[in-house]
Design a protein around this ligand. Structure first.
Ligand code: CMP
Length: 424
């Protein structure tokens, strides 16, 4: 597992823990305000652990923020902006261990200052998991609906007198029943407000319910329709491709390889043609997006770590993604060289022209195909993918232009080319 992969994995686990903690409090705070704190020992243990978790979170975020504020040793600083300090301040109240101070019960409401963090994490999940963005949106919507119903129900419980014989659970259940019928604009009228405060509360709940209902009708249908939009886009391009290949009598074996390529493309890139999408954007935006998309890759290439931001910008916009399946040749010896390639993921083998010897194995962060471009000669060797490879290519004209402008880059590539030629 690469370092960035491991870091991402760790971040996910941390976010999951935080989510559990925040949701716990979002449910517990209104409940405890109405029905009192729980005195059960394991309940207290959980709550103290969660406070520790929140405190650790504040600590980690401060550290991250400081790390980002130091002068940029790498080009990573080009991409990441430090978080605003306000975010962190909002996190602090939720991390105060209240049981140390005693104090009034309403102080537990401080735990809710962590809620915006949940909103932020949800937004990030949707961005990260684009393929399920529609589904996630629906799930999050249902989650917030349930949570808000719970809050309103707790409020109603507080306003109502208890029906004789009801315990906490039943009292709450009646309130929840009233909340749902009111929010859903069903309004059976079997539980009605008894005084002015309750009436005002009911009016607000109804108004909120009407708004929510309108929103839900408009959006849920739309969300459901959109869930499979990406999949539909993919199916449509496959259909078009299939028709074309049949019409052109493409050999079956080749058809099979093209399908496999497409499903690979789908796995990695959701089937979107990034070149096409980028070409429709204005230049400055295109550069920003190219930088953001290729950030992970650029971080992997050792040479780019010390390179100037201008060079990285130049290269990032011009790099074109190329996907190669295991066993396929990127090019063969003797062909005319038109591109230089950088490896973003996967491994390739450099094989001698006669196909007998493996001259080298190149992997993540390395490049190949420079010799033909520099010396204006045919390819000196074949290059074949060992596993699924994500490459980025730079065409000859751009490569030469960049060499002319950036002497460091030029020297680095020439040096590597010389070393490789001598090693044969
Ligand atoms: P080019 O000649 O354009 O095409 C084949 C590429 O394989 C070549 O550029 C180099 O990038 C790469 N290559 C050739 N020989 C070696 C080697 N010994 N070690 C690593 N890479 C090599």
């Amino acid at each position: 597992m690469s370092i960035s992969h491991a870091r991402r994995h760790r971040d996910r686990i941390w976010e999951t823990l935080l989510t559990v903690g925040i949701v716990w409090w979002a449910i517990q705070v209104p409940w405890q305000l109405e029905f009192g704190e729980s005195r059960r020992i394991w309940w207290l243990i959980i709550e103290n652990l969660l406070t520790l978790l929140f405190a650790a979170d504040v600590w980690l975020r401060w550290q991250k923020r400081w790390a980002k504020q130091r002068p940029p040793p790498t080009n990573g600083a080009l991409f990441e902006q430090p978080e605003s300090a306000w975010w962190l301040l909002a996190d602090v109240p939720a991390a105060i261990p209240l049981w140390w101070f005693g104090g009034p019960l309403w102080l537990i409401a401080l735990r809710l200052t962590k809620l915006p963090r949940l909103v932020q994490m949800m937004r990030n999940w949707r961005r990260r998991d684009l393929r399920n963005a529609g589904r996630l949106r629906l799930i999050f919507f249902l989650f917030w609906m349930s949570l808000i119903s719970h809050w309103i129900a707790c409020g109603w419980s507080a306003l109502r007198d208890r029906v004789p014989g009801d315990d906490d659970g039943l009292h709450y259940l009646r309130a929840l029943y009233w909340t749902i019928t009111t929010l859903a604009t069903v309004g059976y009228g079997d539980i009605t407000p008894d005084n002015a405060t309750q009436m005002a509360y009911a009016i607000m709940t109804m108004m909120f319910g009407v708004g929510l209902f309108g929103y839900a009708i408009g959006n849920v249908a739309h969300m459901l329709a959109n869930i499979d939009q990406v999949q539909a886009h993919y199916n449509a391009s496959l259909d078009r491709l299939a028709t074309f290949m049949r019409y052109r009598h493409i050999p079956l074996e080749l058809q099979q390889r093209i399908y496999e390529y497409y499903s690979f493309l789908w796995e990695r890139h959701l089937g979107y043609d990034e070149v096409l999408i980028l070409s429709e954007l204005p230049e400055p935006l295109r550069i920003e997006i190219a930088m953001a998309m290729k950030r992970e890759f650029i971080e992997k290439v050792p040479f780019f770590q010390g390179a100037s931001p201008q060079l990285i910008r130049e290269i990032a916009v011009e790099l074109r993604p190329v996907l190669i399946r295991p066993g396929e040749y990127v090019f063969r010896a003797g062909e005319i060289g038109r591109h230089i390639y950088f490896i973003s993921a996967g491994t390739v083998e450099v094989i001698s022209g006669d196909g007998q010897t493996v001259l080298a194995t190149l992997t993540e962060g390395e490049f190949f195909g420079e010799i033909a471009l520099l010396l204006h000669r045919p390819r000196s060797a074949c290059v074949r993918a060992v596993d699924f490879c994500d490459l980025y290519s730079l065409d000859k004209a751009t490569f030469e232009r960049i060499l002319a402008f950036f002497p460091d880059f030029s020297a680095h590539i020439q040096e590597e080319a010389r070393r490789r030629q001598q090693s044969r």
